[in-house]
Design a protein around this ligand. Structure first.
Ligand code: OGA
Ligand code: NI
Length: 360
């Protein structure tokens, strides 16, 4: 591969090509500092406790709102069952994207992305030269709002990928609408209050990131995706149906998620933490890889209207619980992870520092 290419600081190397080369060791670029490796303190170990499982069969029921709210306060993560998206569509979505990553390199390269928008086929997050990289490739797409939908950025192969991804994102975005209602009721607010604070359903952003984690000859030295919290509103993840890998930070330890078949994994993003004045928490998570099997996941990000400055909802601010965050638009906010790559919860924490500073 020649040249750094389209705005990246270094030549882009596809992790899939490293994996398929059959090398027994991984390049230094992927070796994490010891404290971040999968077996460092706090990692592994069997935990009796897993993330909560929430039944969404009656989404506007007070009991559902309570269960969602409890999970968002306590864990920042839950598995949603009876969510209303047909299992057959989940299988098709996984199938078309497995099909994409199996296309020849030349086909995938046509969609190579750049850090300007990140849309397309990518292999890193962040543009810092010399950064330690993650063991994963991905495909990133904007679905909504309509002016960001660009069919030229969508793969043409396999042939049913577009239609399936559109149907999938329509269904999952509708599920996000139902989750927004439950989350709003769970705050003691009206059913559409949180959606209003987001800037309304029409302005909401929907992006899809398909993660492809190839087999790794030295999984103990690296991560598929470094610790981060999701910058947007909420995330609905379709995890691999066979291979585990997602870990959630819980009281300093890493808890491996054991996906329930056909469930979604839902988590709170930084923007909902900000809007709820940290009543709901965005929680750090990461992905481990393994030597035996590749892993595929489909993350749908449901984001607030991107040009609206977001700050805690006034009804969640009081003298006893002052506003923790200074206002910022999501357009501005997302530039941080796009430049620096995944860095735990450092960004949302930095908003806090400025709010405290401003109050002084
Ligand atoms: C993400 C993410 C988890 C996974 O894409 O933000 O956290 O299991 N993915 O791939
Ligand atoms: Ni994430």
């Amino acid at each position: 591969m020649e040249g750094a290419g389209a705005g990246w600081p270094e030549p882009v190397v596809r992790v899939q090509s490293l994996s398929e080369s059959g090398a027994a060791t991984i390049p230094d670029r992927y070796v994490k500092p010891e404290a971040e490796r999968p077996a460092a303190a706090g990692a592994g170990g069997a935990t009796a406790e897993g993330i909560p499982v929430v039944d969404l069969s009656s989404p506007s029921d007070p009991a559902t709102a309570r269960a969602v709210s409890e999970a968002c306060r306590d864990w920042g993560f839950f598995q949603a069952v009876n969510h209303g998206v047909p299992p057959e569509l989940l299988r098709r979505a996984r199938g078309v994207w497995r099909g994409f990553f199996r296309q020849p390199t030349e086909v995938k390269q046509r969609y190579a992305n750049s850090p300007a928008t990140y849309e397309g086929y990518g292999s890193r997050l962040g543009v810092e030269k010399g950064a330690v990289l993650d063991w994963g490739d991905y495909y990133f797409l904007h679905v909504r709002p309509p002016h960001l939908f660009d069919p030229d950025k969508w793969p043409h192969l396999p042939p049913d990928l577009r239609e399936t991804t559109e149907e999938y994102s329509r269904e999952v975005a509708a599920l996000c609408g139902r989750l927004m209602t439950a989350m709003s009721l769970g705050l003691g607010a009206g059913p559409s209050r949180l959606q209003e604070a987001f800037g309304g359903a029409e302005g909401a952003g929907v992006c899809v990131r398909v993660n492809y984690y190839p087999r790794c000859p030295q999984p103990e030295l690296t991560l598929g995706l470094s610790s981060h919290s999701d910058p947007g509103g909420m995330t609905v993840l379709l995890a691999d149906d066979r291979v585990r890998g997602l870990q959630v930070r819980r009281r300093g330890a890493w808890v491996t998620v054991d996906p329930v078949p056909d469930a979604f994994i839902v988590n709170v993003g930084d923007q909902i933490q900000v809007l709820t004045n940290a009543t709901y928490r965005s929680v750090e998570h990461r992905v481990t890889v393994n030597a035996a099997e590749e892993r595929l996941s489909v993350a749908l990000f449901y984001n607030p209207r991107s040009d609206l400055p977001l700050a805690p909802m006034p009804e969640l601010v009081s003298p006893e619980r002052p506003s923790l965050y200074s206002p910022m638009t999501f357009d501005e906010y997302r530039l941080y992870i796009r430049r620096k790559g995944p860095r735990g919860k450092s960004q949302v924490e930095s908003l806090k520092a400025t709010a405290v500073g401003a109050a002084r």
